[in-house]
Design a protein around this ligand. Structure first.
Ligand code: AZA
Length: 314
């Protein structure tokens, strides 16, 4: 015997662009999103008995995303995601939980002849602003906001030592000065909102929190004499919790993107035996490029460390 243990369904990768032309000055504002909606509820029979009467078609969800964007503000994205999620649980009696995620892509206003241009924008970074909203019928709305894809690097001011180098599985040399690079993925979970009106009441907080979190992340990344990714990310979490009172938990997921000195030990077969060679640059006129002389490094694509934590208020 078997039974359906969990189900949700929806439309993913709905791309959406909205222009606001209302300003009497002729200044236009643009927003670009990628949206995903996923619905839960009394939908079991659609899986088990081919009962499509309980399905809100994924195309309907897509049309709703466009319509809600036309009829409502799309910024801040936390408000738009909440409006959409709330719509699905209030409009359809069989839908009890709606998950809406919004990825906001950067369009930064151009500065032309020293002035902000009224209708021209550029992509000044690949990082995105993200929102995950979940509306539960009669229970309220939970929101997690975040940053994804912010690529950062510091060329010094990072160390990694103090781990057990006598461990027989450990070969990594300790270092007091290394390159640190990561792609920031962080999120902050807001205290629960009782309903959509509560989200509307607090909407001023969302842009400020995103600006603060982005600034704090870069400030601590740059200034911290980092003993490890773990400790640096913990400091970031603490600072965001201190700065944004309505946030109850902060999380970071950081890949450690390695930049290796060109000094890897190579094992090469010579006359039927393995021999060791140091693949540094000394083979060329004795040039030195290791330790304090290292200038040219080999960025690694994989593997990478992956460090995660969540920090919440006591
Ligand atoms: N944390 C770091 O910051 N760097 C590392 C780790 C780690 O856990 N492991 N290798 N290098």
């Amino acid at each position: 015997m078997s039974q359906l243990s969990y189900a949700k369904y929806g439309k993913d990768n709905v791309r959406l662009y909205k222009v606001q032309r209302d300003s009497p000055t002729g200044v236009q504002d643009v927003t670009e999103f990628t949206v995903c909606s996923m619905l839960e509820g009394d939908i079991e029979t659609s899986y088990t008995h081919a009962d499509n009467s309980v399905i809100v078609p994924t195309d309907t969800q897509k049309q709703t995303i466009y319509l809600m964007a036309k009829q409502n503000p799309v910024t801040p994205p936390e408000l738009f995601a909440s409006i959409l999620a709330n719509h699905f649980v209030t409009e359809y009696k069989q839908i009890h939980v709606a998950h809406v995620s919004v990825v906001q892509h950067r369009w930064t206003r151009m500065s032309i002849d020293g002035k902000p241009h009224p209708h021209s924008f550029y992509r000044d970074g690949d990082d995105t602003r993200i929102v995950e909203a979940t509306a539960r019928e009669s229970e309220g709305i939970t929101l997690r906001s975040g940053i994804k894809g912010l690529l950062v690097l510091k060329s010094t001011g990072s160390a990694f030592y103090g781990y057990d180098t006598s461990d027989k599985y450990t070969i990594l040399p300790e270092t007091k000065d290394r390159i640190l690079s990561t792609e920031i993925e962080c999120g902050w979970t807001w205290k629960k909102f009782d309903n959509l009106d509560a989200v509307k009441t607090e909407q001023q907080a969302f842009d400020k929190a995103w600006n603060d979190a982005r600034a704090i992340t870069m400030d601590i990344f740059a200034k911290d004499e980092s003993p490890s990714v773990q400790n640096t990310m913990y400091k970031m979490c603490q600072k965001i919790l201190a700065e944004v009172p309505m946030v109850q938990e902060v999380d970071y997921t950081l890949p450690n993107k390695h930049y290796f000195e060109i000094s890897e030990l190579e094992y090469v077969m010579v006359l039927g035996n393995f021999a060791n060679f140091y693949e540094d640059l000394s083979w060329f006129e004795g040039i030195t490029n290791t330790g304090k002389d290292a200038e040219v490094y080999a960025p690694q694509t994989d593997p990478n460390g992956l460090i995660h934590c969540k920090v919440q208020r006591k």
